[in-house]
Design a protein around this ligand. Structure first.
Ligand SMILES: Cc1cc2nc3c(=O)[nH]c(=O)nc-3n(C[C@H](O)[C@H](O)[C@H](O)COP(=O)(O)OP(=O)(O)OC[C@H]3O[C@@H](n4cnc5c(N)ncnc54)[C@H](O)[C@@H]3O)c2cc1C
Length: 311
């Protein structure tokens, strides 16, 4: 049996989360196939074919698949599900929208947010906001899985040369329709794909200060900007910058936390970062317990000094 990965894409290119999901799929055993369900998405399918380790790309093209409406994508997955022992989605907003529909229709239990493949039917996943790791074994014939992308190194985006096979696209389910999309324009790297993240907390005190203090540091380092939930709730930073249990899960090479206390819900989203630098004026702040480098200082002095010191 083969393993199916549902690609996350924008019809033109493949999103990074797909690469981590391919790596997880490879660990499940069997040939890895990638489904690109979209509209005029030939370029995305061609990009998927280049991913190292992919044996086949299945390309379903229809207007109803253009915007990734969950009802239609789930129907497309179900149309080919019979050929697969495992169906893997990245645990992103898109993947988490489709996977439960597929699992329910197949009458199997979804295995959510896996961070390790122990064997073809056994997986590790974090529970209690990452404070414990559960090893789960599934007896279902088909494993419907969402993959925590930070748990798996990305498969190389190039090096493969898989054939692209056209699949008959399913009819529009007609249960939902695409109305519009408001996309945040951002020149910075995407938070979940960034190599460096600078995150600000409640200590910043206002949206103006958040921008004034954090932006120059992000600019200097070519980093993405993140925020704690307290900073987001207070309106200092937009919602899509939130890192943590109810925000984004990140694991960059370098995570700089400025004025963030390190509540477990925040740590759940960033503690797998390779190097953590915490700037906090409270020596007892829990963030220091996960930090590789801790700077006990006032961030309003320390961050500008850091910016100045980086050439
Ligand atoms: C169900 C649930 C889900 C949650 N999900 C998330 C989540 O996804 N992400 C998240 O972040 N939180 C989440 N939270 C909230 C979390 O519990 C904390 O309330 C939040 O992370 C605190 O944010 P903070 O560290 O910015 O603020 P605070 O806890 O208020 O910490 C501010 C820190 O700044 C320091 N400080 C103050 N002034 C300065 C200064 N001038 N210079 C340097 N340091 C200074 C203080 O010493 C303090 O440590 C969740 C909570 C719940 C209950």
């Amino acid at each position: 049996m083969s393993v199916l990965v549902i690609a996350e894409h924008d019809n033109a290119s493949i999103k990074g989360a797909t690469l981590n999901t391919v790596a997880a799929a490879a660990a499940c055993g069997g040939d890895v196939h990638v489904l690109v369900a979209g509209h005029n998405a030939g370029a995305a399918a061609a990009a998927a074919a280049q991913i190292a380790g992919v044996a086949k790309v299945i390309h379903a093209d229809a207007a109803g698949l253009e915007h990734g409406l969950a009802e239609n994508v789930a129907a497309q997955v179900l149309a080919i599900a019979g050929n697969y022992s495992h169906i893997l989605f990245p645990a992103t907003a898109g993947g988490k929208n489709v996977a439960p529909r597929v699992a329910a229709k197949l009458d199997v239990a979804q295995i959510s947010d896996i961070t390790k493949v122990v064997g073809a039917d056994t997986f590790e996943r974090p529970i209690y906001a990452g404070n414990a790791i559960a090893t789960v074994q599934s007896g279902d014939a088909v494993k419907v899985i969402t993959v925590r992308t930070t748990g798996f190194d990305a498969a190389p985006a190039t090096g493969g040369s898989a054939p692209v096979e056209a699949a008959a696209a399913v009819a529009d389910a007609g249960k939902s329709s695409f109305v519009g999309r408001e996309v945040t324009k951002n020149d910075r790297p995407e938070l979940t794909a960034a190599k460096i993240i600078v995150s600000g907390g409640r200590a910043l005190g206002s949206a103006e200060k958040f921008t004034e203090v954090m932006t120059p540091l992000a600019d200097k380092l070519g980093a993405a900007i993140g925020a704690s939930r307290a900073a987001v709730d207070a309106g200092y930073a937009p919602n899509d910058l939130q890192v943590g249990q109810t925000g984004k899960i990140v694991a960059p090479q370098l995570y700089i936390a400025a004025g963030i206390s390190g509540a477990i819900q925040h740590l759940a989203g960033m503690k797998d970062s390779k190097v953590i630098l915490a700037i906090n004026k409270d020596p007892e702040a829990p963030i220091f317990s996960v930090a590789d480098y801790g700077l006990e200082a006032d961030l309003f002095t320390a961050v500008p000094e850091l910016v100045k010191a980086i050439s």
